[in-house]
Design a protein around this ligand. Structure first.
Ligand code: G
Ligand code: G
Ligand code: MN
Length: 425
């Protein structure tokens, strides 16, 4: 018995790129039921897909893909199979760096899909969606079209060597950090509540470098404290400049848990505020938990002391592994930022919507302001208004921008505002 497509197989098996197939996605169907496999393969070829292969087990799929994993663009995969199941297959492919799209054939519903998505969240693999078996022509068409448009817009991945500690220290010494600012606005009346300062590295050769490429290194080599102090000073100086120009606002600065473990963090921070002639309430400290040991009570002590002085305290990326209910219990935060993973597309997602609404309700009952991050569409915005979220931040409102652009953005936003809020007066 053949368990993968082999010579003599009645099914079309043409994963290799033939001259006439240029631009056609390579599709591999994996299912343990021969009849299902045959029907779905026929459906795909009826839809005009010419590079369709089949495998009757996960093991067979791996064997088939081994010579040229890139020949498969989209894997259509049953979840429940004897032997190796679909999830293990995806995990192995993910680890091998498979960067194709995946369609799950399963009637397991949204929650299983969500979990599989998370399992695969770290790799390159793109989960396109799940379809009930047998998959319909329309269902397949939608997900495969989605893949085609993603593939067209996907930039070629740039592989860059990581920065070294020495490069980072030099950048600090030469003053190559800049802050960009992203507004948080009131969902009720559209007013500007505060601006989050996000650090970037103005690199002499590479241009603007994003923090995900250097924050972890800064934490590891002890440069995060001087960097945060710089960001605090610069953010406060910017508030003063904006006030000079007639814009009164607060700034939120990101602080790693690593910095909060230093016993003198609260003292140093309030000294900086005094030195700059500002008030603690001008600042919001956005705290993201890093993988630091939870044994130390120093961060808690720092945060309580800062709160007593009336600094704003925000729990960032709430809902992700390192930003938890226990922190909500232990630390007197004033603001809860729901992670964007619970915001984008929440209206139609039966898993994330209850979590979003629950987080907002929790913030309200704890007397905190709720902020939704990653608000990308008007539909996200409307839903947040409906569920009573206080503030919104995201590309729909504005991308992070240099300080000089903020005043101009604000006047454009004021013009957009009447259409977006009930009470713009
Ligand atoms: O800005 P994006 O712009 O790429 O920022 C990504 C992440 O980098 C943010 O979620 C934030 O946690 C972190 N980050 C940005 N600026 C700073 C900063 O000044 N200090 C610290 N510790 N983290 C920052
Ligand atoms: O976790 P923190 O809030 O500090 O993250 C800010 C990060 O989120 C920055 O990298 C910023 O560029 C990014 N960001 C801001 N708004 C949006 C958005 O609407 N969508 C997405 N995908 N990212 C956003
Ligand atoms: Mn933040």
């Amino acid at each position: 018995m053949t368990d993968s497509c082999a010579p003599g197989d009645a099914l079309p098996c043409r994963l290799g790129t033939g001259e006439f197939d240029a631009g056609q996605p390579g599709i591999l169907l994996v299912d343990d039921h021969p009849l299902m496999l045959a029907t779905q393969a026929r459906l795909l070829s009826g839809m005009g897909y010419r590079r369709v292969g089949t495998a009757r087990s996960a093991e067979a799929a791996l064997a088939l893909m081994r010579p040229d994993p890139a020949a498969v663009d989209v894997l259509i995969c049953d979840l429940n199979m004897p032997g190796m199941d679909g999830i293990e297959l995806l995990r192995i492919l993910d680890r091998q760096g498979f960067g194709g799209g995946v369609i799950l054939l399963s009637g397991e519903g949204a929650r299983v899909l969500q979990t599989v998505q998370r399992l695969l969240g770290r790799g390159q693999l793109v989960l396109l969606g799940a379809l009930e078996k047998p998959a319909s022509r329309e269902g397949l068409r939608g997900l495969l079209d989605d893949w085609t448009s993603r593939a067209a817009s996907r930039p070629a991945p740039k592989v860059r060597p990581p920065f070294t500690e020495e490069e980072l220290r030099t950048a600090h010494r030469l003053g190559e950090w800049v802050l960009h600012y992203q507004p948080k606005v009131d969902l009720g009346n559209g007013s500007l509540a505060s601006l989050e300062a996000l650090i970037r590295w103005q690199h002499p050769e590479q241009g603007l470098v994003m923090p995900d490429r250097f924050i972890a290194l800064a934490e590891a080599c002890g440069l995060i404290d001087p960097m945060t102090e710089w960001a605090l000073r610069e953010g406060l100086a910017q508030i003063a400049r904006w006030r000079g120009a007639g814009l009164d606002t607060r700034v939120a600065v990101n602080v790693s848990m690593a910095s909060l473990d230093a016993p003198d963090f609260a003292n140093r921070t309030s000294a900086i505020v005094k030195e700059m002639g500002m008030q603690p309430r001008d600042l919001i400290l956005e705290v993201t938990e890093s993988r630091l040991g939870e044994s130390s009570t120093t961060p808690l002590e720092n945060l309580v002391r800062l709160r007593v002085q009336r600094f704003g305290l925000s729990i960032d990326d709430f809902g992700t592994g390192h930003s938890s209910l226990a922190q909500l219990r232990d630390i007197p935060f004033t603001e809860l930022k729901v992670d964007r993973g619970f915001v984008r597309g929440a209206r139609t997602n039966a898993v994330i919507r209850p979590i979003l609404e629950g987080s907002i309700e929790m913030a309200r009952r704890l007397g905190m302001q709720s902020v939704a991050e990653g608000v990308e569409t008007q539909d996200d915005w409307r839903l947040l208004q409906e569920v009573g979220c206080d503030l919104a931040q995201g590309y729909f409102i504005a991308r992070p921008m240099p300080a000089e652009q903020v005043v101009e953005w604000l006047s454009a936003w004021m013009a957009r505002r009447p259409a977006l809020v009930a009470n713009s007066g």
